[in-house]
Design a protein. Structure first.
Length: 471
């Protein structure tokens, strides 16, 4: 395996050696050794279990046939369609848009056809009417392949989008299965019912039973859109498998995901309740959105496995280097000691941009000439980490040698495993989302869905609708 493409974690600036009494002592890591090993064992022993929603651990290994099928379908889509639109929300949207942003040209849709070499790409998650209308202004629905992604087929946002698009296509005389691919549960759910009403004519991909939305980027949810974009999905899965191999030991100094989990756990216990992810790369900007869902939905839990009320979790914050140096970093350096900052650094950017000479008579500007933008962004990344360390602020860095399919696969798997280990350390169910379900039910009640009448009456009578406190 190509060791030069190995993703690594540098956690020096979390430690007392650099942060003094604001840092973690080696002895604290030692004290947690057994607990960390137990968390490791929990994840190892339950790998692949559908009933625990841990099927995602095996995705790098068990999809050969599906991958071949996806690549074939993607080729046809690339030939036949001018646009590819994902309709989905949450885990069904954040992964596909993140991989698109990470691995394709940053202005992909604006490229001329000859340079883009594939359909224009959109991911529509929100149900803001302005956004849907804007999409319809820039696509031609009859020349668009719509990938409807929903495990349940009962998510109001996705199904509202489906109804709107299905109606438009019907009006244009398009047979829906010609222009739509469903990614959904194998047997259950409303997309299966819709497919049956068309005699099973839709092309369908399965969102496997044991894979929750936020862990689904490396199943057909993410693989089909990626393949349509010409992304090497085999290399992405190989990257995930490689990281899995790097995390096969129960010791923190031998397992990058376990190390990150333990660092996060210790800082959580110290009351640091904000978890910032700050990639220094525009290509990786949306990994922070994807991670926010992964971390927040997985760890934000009211009770632990023993029934204790724990209200677990820390608040993930997305940030972008260097942009947010001019926005949030002041707070990180001088505000409350309530954060851990995770940087993602890039060793070699996809291209280089020399900074021209000029303004030699203005020293504040002239010193830049002859350097490159890569040098500048990397220097600012190092300098920010150093300044935070000097201010006693915990931070660590995930190093990506380059941003490519293989390293992105590693990064995703690292963050997924880190989340699973942290959940195990907290003794909570990492893989359910009861809070999200409550919100979905309340929406059903407000919009008059059958079966939710009692909840509707309860909500109408609720004091939260009392006008007294509206100004
Ligand atoms: O992580 C999750 O499980 C959620 O974010 C879901 O992906 C999201 O709610 C969409 O659900 P569904 O796939 O059923 O439409």
């Amino acid at each position: 395996m190509d060791n030069k493409m190995r993703v690594t974690v540098d956690y020096n600036y979390m430690m007392a050696k650099f942060l003094g009494d604001k840092g973690i002592k080696d002895s604290e890591l030692e004290t947690l050794k057994d607990k960390a090993a137990k968390a490791y064992d929990y994840v190892k022993e339950n790998r692949g279990r559908d009933d625990l929603f841990m099927g995602w651990t095996e995705l790098p290994y068990n999809q050969n046939e599906i991958v071949a099928d996806i690549i074939e379908t993607a080729e046809q889509v690339r030939k036949k369609f001018k646009y590819f639109v994902v309709l989905g929300i949450g885990g069904s949207a954040l992964g596909p848009i993140m991989a698109f942003n990470a691995l394709k040209h940053l202005h992909y849709n604006e490229l001329p056809d000859s340079k883009r070499n594939g359909p224009k790409f959109y991911v529509e998650d929100n149900v803001d009417p302005v956004r849907m209308s804007a999409l319809l202004d820039v696509i031609e629905p009859e020349k668009t392949c719509f990938n409807v992604i929903s495990k349940s087929g009962a998510t109001s946002e996705t199904m509202a989008q489906y109804l709107i698009i299905a109606d438009i296509l019907k009006t244009k005389g398009v047979n829906l299965p010609e222009n739509m691919i469903f990614t959904t549960d194998a047997n259950r759910g409303n997309l299966i019912k819709i497919d049956k009403s068309f005699g099973g004519a839709f092309k369908k991909y399965v969102l496997p039973d044991g894979v929750g939305g936020r862990f689904s980027e490396m199943c057909p949810v993410g693989l089909l859109p990626a393949a349509v974009l010409g992304i090497d999905i085999k290399a992405m899965l190989a990257g995930a498998a490689y990281m899995d191999g790097l995390c096969s030991k129960p010791e923190t100094d031998n397992n990058p995901a376990l190390a990150c989990a333990v660092l996060q756990y210790i800082s959580m216990k110290q009351g640091k309740n904000i978890n910032v992810l700050m990639p220094y790369s525009d290509n990786l900007k949306l990994i922070a959105d994807w991670y926010c869902q992964l971390w927040a939905e997985s760890l934000g839990k009211a009770v632990d496995y023993d029934g204790n009320v724990v209200n677990a979790g820390t608040t993930p914050v997305k940030s972008l280097g260097v942009t947010d140096q001019h926005s949030q970093v002041q707070l990180y350096i001088e505000g409350p000691y309530d954060k851990v900052i995770t940087f993602i650094s890039v060793g070699k950017y996809a291209c280089e941009m020399p900074i021209a000479y000029g303004c030699e008579d203005i020293p504040d500007v002239g010193f830049l000439g002859g350097h490159t933008m890569q040098e500048l962004i990397q220097a600012e990344n190092k300098a920010t980490a150093y300044a935070l360390m000097r201010a006693g602020r915990m931070n660590y860095t995930i190093n990506m040698p380059e941003v490519n399919e293989f390293t992105l696969g590693q990064l995703m798997y690292l963050l997924e495993l880190q989340t699973a280990y942290t959940g195990a350390l907290l003794n909570i169910n990492t893989f359910n989302q009861p809070g999200v379900e409550d919100g979905k039910k309340a929406t059903f009640a407000l919009l008059g869905k059958k079966g939710y009448e009692a909840q509707k009456s309860e909500m109408a009578a609720s004091p939260s609708f009392d006008k007294k406190y509206i100004v």
